[in-house]
Structures are given as C-alpha cells and as structure tokens.
Design a binder for this molecule. Sequence first.
Ligand SMILES: Cc1ncc(COP(=O)(O)O)c(C=O)c1O
Length: 438
Amino acid sequence: MVFKNLTPELAGMLSGIAGERISRNLVPGQDYLPASGKVMFEQDLLYGIDAVLDGWLTGGRFNKEFESRLAKMVGSRRALTVNSGSSANLLAVATLSSPRLGDRALKAGDEVITVASGFPTTVNPILQYHCTPVLLDVTLPGYNLDTSRLEEALSERTKAIMIAHTLGNPFDLDAVMSFAKRHGLWVIEDNCDALGAEYDGKKTGSFGHLGTCSFYPAHHITMGEGGALLINDPELIRIAESLRDWGRDCWCETGHDNTCRNRFNGQHGDLPFGYDHKYVYSERGYNFKITDIQAAIGLSQLDRIEPFAEKRRKNHRYLTRALNAVAGEDIITDLALPKATPSWFGCTVTLRDSFPGNRHELLQYLESQKIGSRLLFAGNILKQPGYRDMPHRVVGSLDRTDRVMNDTFWIGIWPGLEPVHLDYIAETVARYIDMKKK
Ligand SMILES: Cc1ncc(COP(=O)(O)O)c(C=O)c1O
C-alpha cells in the first residue's frame, strides 16, 4: 500500500515526531506492567492519517485490502470486518439463524455446545437468539472444552458448537470437527484471543464454518476497536454481508449505488415492482461496519502478526520456565496439544492446594508491585450476577471450571515485554512465596 495523500515530506515530518516505535519501554518496578498491551509503530499512525486525508471515513480502500489480506493470512475464503469481536460472535450466530438456511438454521430452543469458563460474549449470542447453551467442563491445564463428553452432550436439538481457543491455545480441532461432521453440526471458532495460532499446520479460525477475531488493543493486532468474521461457505458469506450491513439485499459497497445495474428493475417480496434495491431488506440486520481509519491502522498492524505471535510464544516459554523454577511444585502452568502451535494471549497459572498463600492475596501483592494480572474472564459464567437465571443444560460436572474460577489467573506475555520484565514478574512471585513461608 502506498500513501495516496501523505507526501514524502509530510510523512518524513510526522516520522520525526512519532519515532519508529511509538510504544514506550517500561521499567520494571517503576512502570506498571499491564497484562496486555498494544505495540504500535509510526507506520500504523501514518496509515491512519492517510485514511483521514482521504476524507472518505467509512469503509473504503483500506478496509477492502485489510479484509482481503486477513482472509489470505488465515486461509479463509472471506473476512468481513466488524466493530468488535463481540459483534463478530453475534454476527456469527445471527448468520446461522438466517431463515435462508431453512431446516439447517438455528431456531429458538436449539442447543449449542459451549463452555462456562470463558468470555461472556462467546455465550451471549446463543442466549440472544433464544438458543440453549449446553455447558461442558474444561481441561486443566489447557482450559479448553473437555471433548471426552461431547457425545453425551448431544441431544435432538443440538445444532452447533461455539467455543474459543482459550488464551490463544488451540482446542482439540480433530475431536471437535470430526464430532461436528458426524452429527451435521455448525462450528463457530471464537478466535478472538488466538490470531496467528495453528493446529496441524493450519491457522485457527479457518476450520469451522465461521471464525471470529477481535482487534481490541489487548489483542494480537489492533485497530482500536474492531473485529472480523471469517467465512468459508459462499452461502454464509452472502448472509453475513447482508446482516452486517443493515440486512440489505443489495451488495453494493458502502457509498456505491447500482453495482448490479438492476436497482429499479426487481420484484422483491410484496413490495411494489421496481422498489429501490438499496432499500430491500432480506435479513433483520445490524450495522457493524468499521471506519477506514480503523482498517488502515489494522492493515499496518497486520504486517506484524507473525513476529508478534512469535514474540508471544518466546515470552510465554520464558515466563513459564521462570515461574516453574520458583514455584513448579505448587502451580500448574500451560500445556498445548501436540498438534497445536498456540499464539498465546497470556501465561496462565493455577495454584495448587500446596501453594503458600492464595490467589486473592497474591494478585493484590502483584498489583502493589506494579504487575498486572487477569482472571480467566468470567470463571464459571453460571456464577455471574447477570447469568443466574440463564437457560442452560450442564453435562457432567463443572468441577474444573470452578477450580479455574477459584485458583487460576494469567499474566502478560504481550510483545512489549522483554526478559527483564518477565524476570521481575517471576522474582516478585518468589518474594511473595518467601514472605508466606516465613
Ligand atoms: C474469547 C473472546 N471472545 C470475544 C471477545 C470480545 O472481543 P471484543 O472485546 O473485541 O468485543 C473477547 C475479548 O477479549 C474474548 O477474549
């Protein structure tokens, strides 16, 4: 992509101001080390400025290129940008609920297999479309769906599986995809925390009928706010495009009219003949589109996904080793499946009963030493105040999910962190253990 509006002089001037890498180096103990963060370069801002200077603002040339490059990178037929990962999840379920899919569509009362331990907006769309989440336990470590009980979870109403690759660690795609194929189920991969991860040499997000991404600043690449739906099936592409763009029947790009040259020539439903195709709605849709400024920043960040994912893997290896060196007997650290190449979002720790002290106290100690930490999102979603009455079915026990809710947390390994930061994190955990042992 070459700049259209930024002259070399102007770009040069702005470069002087921005510096090559914009994100500041953090000093351990002095600066707060967040659990997640964005790493931005001047190119990201220059792309954004070029998009502003286009004056087009809504999705345009940058969005088109971003969608095409993201799809190619992941290996999906189509990537459709949306304004968040949560919107991508909602759009995924809305797409599978389209009446155009006939008997295959998700309908009220149908069941969707998922987990209770995860991010709420993986489950919300299932509830919003009046389907029933069927909750299975997770493995520990791994923190992904325990596939050993999939057959038991099946009922006559089961229509889909919707699960995340937890914290960038691919779930068992062999087991999930073969189960889904055997029973004719839809699969939605929530890939929001896992961009760049692979399973058996293929990118996650491209296995299921639909995959979702988030480009919130905590994630692997960012555009401020944003997300994408990854789609392989042409029928689903047409439905999802319509649902993202107000539900319209016409396929003109934003700001363009009459691409089909039949704008005033059609008979649509019971509308009068020749009703403007621009205002014909074949779905009950949303407006989930992004601006070209977001797309421009995302496009620039996309150049770095491979080195970012590699740095995350390197940091994850380093911190896991360092934490095991100080507390190996008393903690459980991450584990990936043999065929998985994770694109880690964080480094998880589950405290064993033998751990001196407890999570509540440890996280506050880390915070006081300027180290950020995060819980594994909702823990057990059934215990969340907003979900007490949610319709659901549990298969087996959720014992490990409860363990995650009580004893698990994660620490940052984002590309802005270096060994000096990770050493400081491990030393601080060691200090806490020493204090508790005294
Ligand atoms: C697994 C998972 N799915 C979905 C989302 C939602 O993404 P967004 O924050 O872009 O709405 C998140 C957010 O971090 C997430 O972790």
